[in-house]
Design a protein around this ligand. Structure first.
Ligand code: GDP
Ligand code: MN
Length: 391
């Protein structure tokens, strides 16, 4: 689960990670009030108005603006709110700005990159630091890997003092900045662990001319499988930032990820779903989604899955690939038939049912009067999908 920058910073602050003072605003007037408060409290001479969307690259796209007085903050806010921001991370359709973060302005001396995420290759969390702050870190990793230091953190030992020092040293920090840098890395790692994050990315981490070391930006992703331990963070979810199909699917407890192909897939079990997508690809097609309706899929979940797949306009054919183990094939067939009748089936649907009561299910599908194409095995199914696509 993704959250907004201001929410991430609020969490980090609680764990002693240095972040600027900031106030969220939902309207131009709130932005003005927030700026007034920051000017009076901080005695700072500038505030920053930042668009809150679940995507980076806002700076270059005009989503981060400086204001020298509260009235200017209000003006910037009135232009930003309701506008659509297109950054290299939003895709061409962009994202509508509905919230702003008004923050005390910083006198930036240096910008760095700091990130923590899970390194699946080593099964460790890895702390990454780079002197190339504000840049796309993927680019840095590819083009100038010597400028990115990766420190493997042992899961039981946690971040060691020498590792935090190593990171601060790599960034060239000295004196108080060095000490503050160490404190920052350590606090960030502890926050990351405590909240079960899958990503904590600070880009940029800045050193100010006044000698403060703090997170100017914050991107926090939660490990969704651990959210049951953090029920209070669930309310931070902003579904307006998510794919509407995925939001709909999550309501029915379906594991659905939207992709950009044209073959809708309905499968039970993540492994079978991945194998199915591979087979489609091998046969020359492109999956429109990953959908695992679960090992114990009921006719209702099958129906929901069908509805979601059908509402994706890119879908030109559907492949149902269900192994009847816990769920019986005849019950799945019932769900398919019911859903197909309800949503008005006008696409070729290739169905492969295997396992418990597969023959009964086949008979039901044959007698349904619907245009369902039976497949025998996975290879046959993938082939029939592509035949159907070719017309
Ligand atoms: P992103 O572009 O979406 O990653 O948004 P960031 O929060 O990283 O901000 C982008 C850039 O805006 C930063 O790299 C800074 O250069 C600039 N910026 C953000 N806050 C301040 C600030 O307080 N003072 C100054 N001078 N620049 C800022
Ligand atoms: Mn950033």
């Amino acid at each position: 689960m993704n959250i907004h920058e201001y929410q991430g910073k609020d969490i980090l602050r609680k764990f002693g990670v240095a972040v600027p003072k900031g106030i969220v605003a939902f309207s131009p007037d709130e932005a003005k009030q927030a700026a007034e408060q920051l000017f009076s409290e901080q005695g700072s001479n500038v505030v920053v108005v930042k668009a809150q969307i679940h995507a980076g690259g806002r700076g270059k796209a005009g989503g981060v603006k400086l204001a020298k007085n509260p009235e200017e903050a209000r003006e910037i806010a009135s232009k930003m709110l309701g506008a659509t921001l297109v950054t290299h991370q939003t895709g061409p359709e962009g994202k509508e700005v509905k919230r702003l973060l008004v923050e005390e302005g910083m006198n930036i001396d240096k910008e760095f990159y700091v990130g923590i995420t899970l390194d699946r290759a080593t099964s460790n969390n890895v702390l990454m630091v780079s002197t190339e702050g504000g840049m796309e870190i993927e680019k840095v990793a590819e083009e100038t890997p010597e400028k990115l230091l990766k420190i493997q953190i042992h899961p039981l030992h946690g971040i060691q003092a020498f590792q935090a020092r190593q990171a601060a040293f790599f960034l060239g920090l000295e004196g108080d900045n060095f000490k503050n840098g160490i404190r920052f890395m350590t606090a960030l790692y502890n926050a990351y662990m405590s909240i079960d994050a899958s990503l904590a990315e600070i880009n940029p981490l800045v050193v100010t001319k006044e000698g403060r070391v703090l997170a100017l930006d914050a991107k926090i992703n939660f490990d969704s499988n651990a959210l049951f331990r953090h029920k209070d963070y669930l309310e931070l979810r902003d579904t307006s930032e998510e794919d509407p199909f995925e939001v709909e699917a999550s309501k029915s407890n379906l594991n659905y990820v939207r992709l950009d192909g044209n073959v809708g897939c309905m499968v039970n079990g993540a492994g079978l779903a991945m194998a199915t997508m591979d087979m489609i690809q091998l046969a020359g097609g492109k999956p429109a989604n990953f959908l695992d309706v679960g090992g114990g899929a009921s006719p209702e979940t099958v129906k929901e899955g069908f509805k979601i797949i059908m509402s994706d306009k890119n879908v030109k054919a559907i492949l149902v690939n269900i192994f009847g183990g816990i769920v019986r094939c005849d019950r799945v067939a019932g769900g398919v038939i019911e859903a197909a009748k309800k949503v008005g089936l006008n696409l070729p649907v290739i169905v492969r049912l295997e396992g418990t009561n597969a023959e009964v299910a086949q008979k039901m599908l044959d007698e349904s009067g619907l245009n369902l194409i039976a497949a025998n095995g996975l290879r046959d199914a993938a082939r029939k999908v592509n035949e159907a696509l070719a017309g």
